[in-house]
Design a protein around this ligand. Structure first.
Ligand SMILES: [Zn+2]
Ligand SMILES: [Zn+2]
Length: 348
């Protein structure tokens, strides 16, 4: 075991602050990583504040981790000391169920071990995330960062990037298709960049005309204002695929007529009950509504390599560790373009 400095919430109402945690010793298949950067995801706020009712304290959030290898187990052969690596939303799974065997650890039938707040044999009894100086992770869940990508901007690819890349792959987005990305936040801005890089006609769908210029800068070909009924009507039956990144409960129904026959809308933001779904537009057009959760380890590596080839990173605002509580307040007001990333060298 080794002690490492972290930032933790001690209860749903206490701000995050300095906290010492223990990491397990480096086992034969483990990788020890000095954390350099950690992205800040909305999930971090939900868990810190126990919004979902299953928080364990102290809570050390963080699942968009970039760092350097500082220790290797005796059986780890595909990584080197000093190599830049990444860890995303989960650090273990059963490895034997049908989902795990199909490289979809995120859908492990026995439940994956999340990078933080999951029961674990680690010191403390549950996992601690990337708001810390050091982490020990099984080699299977450690990803390689392509050369040349800015490491701070790469951190959000581990959650926001893969969450949008995986559905774009599953629905085979390619040149000639028209894709709508709904909502321009941390997820949406990655969705626009990735859909554009895949060669699809990419249209940003937002309530806010003020976001049009930024959406185009990120790679959108056009912007559709969703509360402009005439504009929405004019785009009916035009989209092959809609990537819905809105993070809160909302009404899906207004978007369904945008889809072509057999088109699909995938939900990646809002978890839980939403407005009642009208099956009419589904039946009259064989349209589908689906959901998707991050991506498996193999696909996450493919996403990182794709971003390496296309030089895609997130647009970020780099903060010090002691600015995290203000960052949470700003995120709640959507006041960030488009992801906060913590410079972990600021934590000592
Ligand atoms: Zn996340
Ligand atoms: Zn499994």
């Amino acid at each position: 075991m080794s002690n490492t400095v972290s930032y933790a919430a001690q209860s749903p109402t206490t701000p995050l602050a300095h906290h010492l945690i223990s990491r397990r010793s480096v086992g034969p298949t483990d990788v020890q990583i000095a954390v350099e950067f950690c992205g800040v995801c909305h999930t971090d706020i939900h868990h810190s504040r126990n919004d979902w009712g299953r928080a364990n304290y102290p809570m050390v959030p963080g699942h968009e981790i970039i760092g350097k290898v500082t220790g290797l187990g005796s059986n780890v052969s595909h990584l080197k000391l000093g190599q830049q690596v990444a860890v995303g939303c989960f650090v273990n799974s059963c490895r034997t169920c049908s989902s795990c065997e199909a490289h979809m650890e995120q859908y492990c039938l026995n439940g994956f071990t999340a990078t933080y707040n999951s029961p674990s044999k680690d010191p403390g009894g549950f996992t601690y995330g990337g708001y810390s100086k050091s982490i020990v992770v099984n080699e299977h869940f450690v990803l390689k960062v392509p050369d040349g990508l800015d490491p701070a901007g790469t951190a959000p690819l581990l959650c926001a990037g893969i969450t949008t890349y995986s559905p774009l792959m599953h629905w085979s987005v390619k040149p000639g298709m028209t894709v709508g990305v709904i909502g321009l936040g941390g997820l949406g801005h990655m969705g626009v960049k990735l859909s554009h890089a895949l060669g699809a006609q990419t249209i940003m769908i937002t309530t806010s005309s003020g976001k049009a210029a930024d959406a185009k800068r990120l790679g959108a070909d056009a912007v559709l204002i969703s509360n402009d009924a005439a504009a929405m009507q004019a785009m009916a039956n035009k989209f092959d695929f809609l990537l819905n990144t809105i993070p809160v409960a909302h009404d899906f129904n207004q978007y369904m007529p945008l889809l072509k026959v057999d088109g699909s809308m995938c939900i990646v933001g809002a978890i839980g009950p939403n407005a009642e779904l009208n099956s009419g537009p589904l039946i009259f057009g064989r349209r589908s509504v689906a959901g998707s959760l991050v991506g498996g380890i193999k696909e996450t590596q493919e996403m990182l390599d794709f971003c390496g080839r296309h030089n895609i990173t997130a647009d970020i605002e780099l903060i010090r560790m002691d600015e995290i509580n203000q960052a949470y307040e700003r995120m709640i007001k959507s006041d960030v373009k488009y992801r906060f990333v913590i410079d972990m060298s600021s934590l000592n």
